[in-house]
Write a protein that binds this ligand. Structure first.
Ligand SMILES: *Cc1c(COP(=O)(O)O)cnc(C)c1O
Length: 391
């Protein structure tokens, strides 16, 4: 049998063919009018995609580069900072802050859950300079309530800069960046925008720009003020990942095309798409008897699934790969062997979900010998899809 390789990992995600063509054709120098026009177009598109009037900057790095830039540009050693964490990416904030001389206060929740808002409220006090969290914690597939945190931030520590890692939140979750008061919102190229790894982007509010005027941590490659100065001219400070910028432009055109050329509406359509696929996946896997790892606040970016006691999630990941060439993700760190993760962000459609669930029926019945019947997961997903398209 022919087996097509299909990515279901929460980054990198499947590539959009139109973006691949644009990347292959991007044979241009970055200090030319042609590139400046492209760069300016993409930065303007990103503002619509993020949904903000704030500046949006592009960095040639993986998403972590923009996380580091937020820390190095906003903080000084010894600053009072707060991290809200419930997984591996939240822990990355802690590591970054420590690397830049800050000892953050940490509000954490067990893996698979979101943090307690009362604890967040108590920690948000005058004197806190910056707050860091994820919109969706990809390691556990949990969605955090960014709106509620932003509200608490406004009420209790209005001078604190709010930094949201939305690397898998963008394109899967609704944000009102300016209305809620998100000072920095970070995205990454290998997630919902359907292109390879190598670009990060972030929106920066006036409040965040002001905070950078007094911060003392060192920065060079990730000097956001320098990037902003160059972006005004349609350039980046250093040689950008030219091909990826071209690919990103094509992908954002495609997303706009989902809503007749309106990128803001296209973003909403992309979010709805991820949410329906996530709900269908949850229904299908639950119908097969699997347990969701994050049942109370599931993200639409990805679904994390627990395997029955005594079973290793790596066996499911391996069976999907060897039998069907489907690439899913194991758990990270302590969660390795206990959960596996399936992505819904970016270039996934409903039939991709059906394919994954069909394969999972084979794995559950034939490989794991669970008491299930063919069609069980797919039927549950079809019901979710049928309801969603009726609306
Ligand atoms: C993918 C991801 C990142 C960034 O990881 P990179 O490997 O640096 O691109 C950060 N946060 C979250 C929530 C992610 O999903």
């Amino acid at each position: 049998m022919i087996r097509k390789t299909r990515l279901y990992t929460p980054g990198p995600t499947p590539l959009l063919p139109a973006a691949q063509f644009a990347m292959a054709a991007a044979d241009m120098h970055h200090r030319t009018p042609e590139f400046r026009a492209l760069y300016q177009k993409v930065l303007a598109q990103l503002k619509l995609f993020v949904g903000t009037k704030n500046d949006v900057l592009l960095l040639s790095s993986s998403g972590t580069g923009a996380m580091e830039a937020s820390v190095s540009n906003l903080t000084s050693p010894g600053d009072r900072t707060l991290v809200l964490t419930a997984g591996k990416f939240g822990e990355r904030w802690v590591g970054l802050l420590k690397a830049f001389g800050c000892e953050p206060e940490v509000i954490s929740a067990p893996y698979g859950q979101t943090f307690d808002l009362a604890a967040v409220k108590a920690a948000l006090q005058p004197g806190v300079k910056a707050v860091f969290l994820q919109a969706t914690e990809t390691s556990t597939a949990v969605r955090h309530d960014v709106e509620a945190v932003a509200k608490l931030n406004k009420e209790n520590a209005p001078e604190a800069v709010l930094v949201v890692d939305a690397i898998t939140g963008l394109g899967t979750t609704h944000f009102d960046v300016d209305g809620w008061g998100i000072d920095i919102l970070i995205g990454g190229s290998q997630k919902a925008v359907m292109i390879p790894p190598g670009l990060a982007y972030l929106s920066v509010s006036d409040k965040a720009w002001a905070a950078m005027e007094t911060s003392k941590n060192p920065r060079y490659y990730f000097d956001l003020r320098k990037e902003r100065k160059n972006a005004v001219k349609g350039e980046s400070a250093y040689t950008p990942a030219v091909a990826l910028v071209a690919g990103l432009g094509a992908a954002l055109d495609y997303i706009a095309g989902q809503a007749g050329g309106d990128l803001e509406k296209g973003r909403i359509a992309l979010i709805d798409n991820a949410q329906v696929n996530a709900a269908a996946t949850r229904a299908g896997l639950t119908a097969l008897g699997f347990t969701l790892f994050a049942p109370t606040a599931p993200a639409a970016a990805a679904t994390a699934v627990s395997v029955p006691e005594g079973m290793n999630s790596g066996d499911v990941v391996k069976a999907l790969k060897t039998q069907f060439a489907l690439v899913t993700a194991n758990g990270q760190g302590e969660m390795q062997g206990k959960i596996f993760r399936i992505a819904h962000l970016g270039f996934f459609d409903y039939l991709d979900t059906v394919a994954l669930l069909g394969a999972m029926e084979h794995i559950a019945k034939d490989t794991l010998k669970l008491p299930v019947a063919y069609g069980q997961a797919v039927a549950a997903a079809q019901k979710v899809y049928g309801e969603a398209v009726k609306k």
